[in-house]
Design a protein around this ligand. Structure first.
Ligand SMILES: [Fe+2]
Ligand SMILES: [Fe+2]
Ligand SMILES: [Fe+2]
Length: 489
């Protein structure tokens, strides 16, 4: 079928023999969406279209589940953040597909049903993949390409005129699913060498049998005989919320530099504060870890909940990446100079229930809307002369306003009203044990003050002499939590 090419033109300008009069003045027929020949071919009936859409919807929901569930325990930053993005994209497209089903004489019912038991096995197996390599192979080597192929087949087989709303939906989805697949091919090439591939051949063959037995993801092929068998999902999946990090996070218990104490101290100039803000942005990688744990352990909400939460989750990952980009722009070797910890996500994910985690997140995000919050950070960045810090704080602020709204919509009602929502957040945050001294005694960290080295390196890049007062900053998180209230636990 015809699709506008990159220049926005349409190659479907040909007319059929019966349409060849001069009245159309050479203009493309059918509003430019297809040729007459293409529109003249019957395609998928409404019933078949809906049947397939329900399978795409199932696949997108299951992909969303796998991407989200594997965020905390995946150490590799590139994968942790890509899973965050890909979960968000799947949540968006699942919502769009569900809306389309609701337009097609179907009450939006039956969207919860498993459309094929072998597809269920297929996604259960990927969810339970015991290693990063198998996870990447299952997601990007099998599931995403199967979904892409199904949407492409839909475009080929449906009538582009009669089913145009679905055509449009598939085209938009394909844009982003192709992005996911491109990232995935590079991840596969980087992580899954020939030896790893050989080691998982029995398992990937099982995935292929599941798809063949289901008649492909869309169920449009004749199904091959496939007995139901399981390998990685023989036992039910258990969510792992313990955050893990890669080699760029060598001191994850380090709470030796209290970023907020520096940031809100008026004695210090704006420029060195941008370093603290890049650090704070990078440290936000703990928020996707917590949000993934909230989502993974909050089943059976309406899809709007997962969609909002996943959007916020991706924003938080994006903020962390802005911190990474900020340090890169300064030529700062952050893995060597900055100690980004995982203590917040570790505490919340191992000590609190899903709702109590959300309570803490909400409590902290409401605090960001006050005077010492996001506006303040943007003002500091604007005063610093660092244009990139100013830009990043601008968007960070805008996003955090959205998150405060998502918190109101998605947490406050569940907490039983505004007052209780705030109190619960404060209570739960105070309950989380951040054992500064025990971590030190156990040899998990020395709470090294990494600030002076970072500051000196940045001064060298800026071509200025270090300010001795700034260089001497030495306030840790011992006894103080990040919102400057005394730790009670
Ligand atoms: Fe955030
Ligand atoms: Fe942020
Ligand atoms: Fe946020």
């Amino acid at each position: 079928m015809a699709q506008p090419d990159d220049g926005g033109r349409d190659r479907g300008g040909r007319r059929s023999a019966c349409d060849g009069d001069a009245a159309s003045r050479g203009l493309p027929p059918l509003a430019g969406i297809a040729t007459m020949e293409e529109a003249m071919r019957p395609g998928l009936a409404v019933e078949e279209c809906v049947r397939r859409l329900k399978r795409y919807h199932y696949a997108l929901r299951r992909l969303h589940q796998v991407f989200t569930a594997r965020i905390p325990a995946e150490p590799q930053l590139e994968l942790k953040t890509a899973f965050s993005l890909h979960a968000h994209l799947c949540a968006e497209h699942a919502a769009a597909v569900a809306a389309r089903v609701g337009e097609m004489r179907e009450p939006p019912l039956g969207l919860e049903a498993v459309p094929d038991p072998l597809l269920e096995v297929f996604f259960d197996e990927i969810l339970g993949a015991p290693s990063t390599e198998e996870l990447v192979a299952g997601l990007y080597g099998r599931a995403v390409p199967a979904l892409r192929a199904a949407l492409e087949r839909h475009l080929c087989q449906t009538n582009p005129l009669a089913d145009h709303p679905t055509v449009r939906l598939c085209r938009f989805a394909l844009l982003e699913i192709a992005d996911m697949e491109r990232f995935g091919s590079r991840a596969l090439a980087a992580l899954v060498g020939p030896e790893a591939r050989d080691g998982m051949v029995a398992w990937t063959a099982l995935l292929d049998r599941c798809l063949a037995g289901a008649g492909a993801l869309d169920g449009a092929d004749p199904p091959a005989a496939a007995p139901e068998e399981r390998i990685h999902s023989a036992r039910p999946y258990v969510f792992d919320g313990r955050p893990r990090r890669d080699a760029r996070f060598p001191d994850p218990y380090n709470m030796g530099v209290n970023a907020e104490a520096f940031l809100y101290d008026e004695r210090y100039a704006a420029l060195p504060k941008t370093l603290m803000m890049y650090y704070k942005r990078l440290r936000e990688i703990d928020v996707p870890e917590v949000m993934a744990a909230i989502i993974a352990e909050t089943p059976a909400e309406d899809w709007g909940y997962y969609r909002d939460m996943s959007r916020q989750l991706w924003d938080e990952a994006r903020h962390a990446l802005m911190g990474q980009a900020g340090f890169a722009a300064l030529g700062i070797d952050w893995p060597n100079l900055v100690r980004v910890n995982h203590t917040w996500s570790l505490g919340l994910n191992t000590q609190l229930s899903a709702l109590d985690r959300h309570a803490v997140l909400y409590f902290i995000e409401q605090g960001l809307m006050t005077r010492t919050g996001k506006r303040f950070e943007w003002e500091v960045a604007a005063a610093s002369g660092d244009a990139l810090a100013r830009l990043f704080q601008d968007y960070d602020w805008a996003d955090e306003v959205l998150h405060a709204r998502i918190g109101r919509d998605r947490y406050v009602a569940r907490a039983g009203g505004l007052r209780e929502a705030v109190d619960r957040g404060d209570r739960c945050w105070s309950r989380v044990l951040m054992d500064w001294e025990r971590w030190r005694q156990a040899g998990l960290t020395r709470h090294e003050n990494w600030w002076p080295n970072l500051y000196r390196a940045a001064c060298a890049r800026w071509g200025i002499a270090p300010d001795p007062d700034v260089e001497a900053f030495d306030t840790s998180y011992e006894g103080r939590r990040a919102d400057l209230k005394t730790v009670s636990g």
